[in-house]
Design a binder for this molecule. Structure first.
Ligand SMILES: *Cc1c(COP(=O)(O)O)cnc(C)c1O
Length: 367
C-alpha cells in the first residue's frame, strides 16, 4: 500500500543527491521560470507566480513536486504548493496577524500567549511554503529570524519564567536549521529544570522526508520527552518515504502527532480525513488537531465554514478508531487562543442531558 515516489523530471539524478536533503533545498522550485520547465501551468498559476511572490515566497522541493498530479487542476498537493491569484484577495474580516502573535511577544521571536507554554519562532525558512501559511506575514522573510543572539535571549527568558513547562519550536521550520544548531537549542532547553516537554513543529516528514537522517534521529534520542508535531493534510502525502521518516523519529522515542489544516477543495470531507488519519496511525502518528483556517489575508479561498469541520468530526465519531479522531480547533481572533469545537451531540435540559450517539439515536442521562 505504500507507494514509492516517481521521480519524473529528476529521473537522472543520482541517488546520493536525491536522498540528500540539502540537494533538494538547493534545487527547490522558487519562481515561474524554474516551474514552467517542469510542469504546464495554468494561466492563473502563471500570473500568481509572478504577482504573489512579493508578499509570500514560493518554494517547492523536487520531492514534493513529484507528488503533484499535473493532469489534475485540483490536485491537493498542487493547491498547497503553487500560488493562485486568489491569494491577492482580501476579505473584510481578514488581517495579516489575526491571532495578534506579533503583539504577544515579550521578546522578538517568542510568543507567550498561554500560562504554561511558549512558542519559539526559530527561523523564517521552510522547505515548501504552504500557500495556506498562517504566519505568511513573517515566514520566508530572512529579517524576521531571531538569529543566534535572539535565540539566546529567548532561552534566558524561558530560564527566568519558571511557570513555563512546555516549549514549542516552530517557525518557519526548525528543521531548516542545521543539526548542530538544533541540538544546541535542545540541550540549552533541556538544561532548564522546569522545562518538562519540548515540541518541534515541522513539515519536513511531509515535504522533504530525507531531512530526517539516521544521524539526526539518533541525536534526538537524547532530548526526550520530545513531541514532533507534523502537518499532513492529505493521504497523497503519506508516501513510503514519509513513512520511513516518521518511523525513524518514532524509533528515536519521539511522540508524533499531526496538525491538519482544514482546507477547502483539499481535505474538507469526512472520507478524506478518515483515510488520512487511518494512514497516519499506521505511520505511528496520532491525529491531534484539525485547525480551522485562520482569518489571515491571502488564504480566504481555502477557508470553509465552521460547520464543515464540525460535521467531519460528527461523521468520524463511532465510525472509526477514536485514535483517528483529532480535536477540531479554532484559534480565536485577537489572540483569544485555541478552542476545541466538539461535535454537537449534547443538549441540556433543566434535569437531563440528551445525547445522540454516532447512529443518531437519542439517549437521556439524568444530571
Ligand atoms: C498553538 C499554540 C500553542 C500550543 O497549544 P496547545 O493547545 O497546547 O497545543 C502554544 N502557543 C501558541 C502561541 C500557540 O499558537
Amino acid at each position: 500500500m505504500w507507494q514509492s515516489l516517481a521521480r519524473g523530471y529528476w529521473s537522472n539524478i543520482k541517488d546520493s543527491d536525491w536522498y540528500n536533503w540539502k540537494w533538494h533545498l538547493q534545487n527547490s522550485l522558487k519562481d515561474y521560470q524554474s516551474l514552467k520547465k517542469i510542469f504546464p501551468l495554468s494561466l492563473d498559476e502563471k500570473q500568481a507566480c509572478k504577482n504573489t511572490i512579493a508578499y509570500f515566497r514560493m518554494s517547492i522541493t523536487p520531492y514534493y513536486a513529484c507528488l503533484i498530479n499535473f493532469k489534475d487542476d485540483n490536485c491537493p498537493i498542487r493547491k498547497q504548493a503553487i500560488p493562485s491569484t486568489a491569494e491577492l484577495k482580501n476579505f473584510y474580516y481578514e488581517t495579516i496577524d489575526p491571532l495578534l502573535e506579533d503583539s504577544s511577544m515579550p521578546i522578538p521571536g517568542l510568543i507567550h500567549r498561554y500560562p504554561d507554554r511558549v512558542l519559539i519562532y526559530t527561523n523564517h525558512m521552510c522547505s515548501v511554503y504552504c500557500r495556506h501559511c498562517t504566519r505568511r506575514r513573517n515566514v520566508s522573510k530572512p529579517e524576521t529570524s531571531p538569529g543566534y543572539n535572539g535565540l539566546t535571549a529567548i532561552i534566558s527568558y524561558i530560564k527566568t519564567h519558571t511557570e513555563l513547562r512546555d516549549v514549542i519550536l516552530s517557525g518557519g521550520d526548525p528543521l531548516s536549521l542545521g543539526d548542530n544548531y538544533i541540538l544546541d537549542i535542545l540541550s540549552k532547553l533541556r538544561a532548564i529544570p522546569h522545562v518538562e516537554i519540548i515540541r518541534i513543529g515541522t513539515r519536513y516528514p511531509v515535504t522533504l522526508p530525507y531531512r530526517i537522517t539516521e544521524g539526526l534521529a539518533n541525536q534526538l534520542k537524547n532530548y526526550n520527552p520530545l513531541y514532533i508535531q507534523v502537518h499532513f493534510n492529505h493521504p497523497m502525502e503519506c508516501t513510503k518515504d514519509a513513512l520511513l521518516a516518521c518511523e525513524k523519529l518514532a524509533d528515536a522515542g519521539c511522540v508524533l502527532v499531526n496538525q491538519m489544516v482544514l482546507l477547502k477543495g483539499i481535505n474538507d470531507s469526512a472520507d478524506i480525513v478518515k483515510v488520512l488519519n487511518q494512514k497516519l496511525l499506521q505511520m505511528r502518528v496520532q491525529p491531534y488537531y484539525i485547525y480551522h483556517c485562520d482569518a489571515v489575508v491571502g488564504v480566504g479561498h481555502f477557508r470553509t465554514s465552521i460547520r464543515v469541520g464540525m460535521d467531519i468530526i460528527n461523521s468520524l465519531e463511532g465510525w472509526t478508531s477514536g485514535l483517528a479522531i483529532p480535536h477540531y480547533v479554532v484559534d480565536l481572533p485577537n489572540g483569544g487562543g485555541k478552542v476545541r469545537l466538539s461535535s454537537d451531540r449534547i443538549e441540556e435540559t433543566p434535569s437531563t442531558f440528551l445525547i445522540r450517539n454516532y447512529q443518531g439515536k437519542q439517549f437521556v442521562l439524568n444530571k
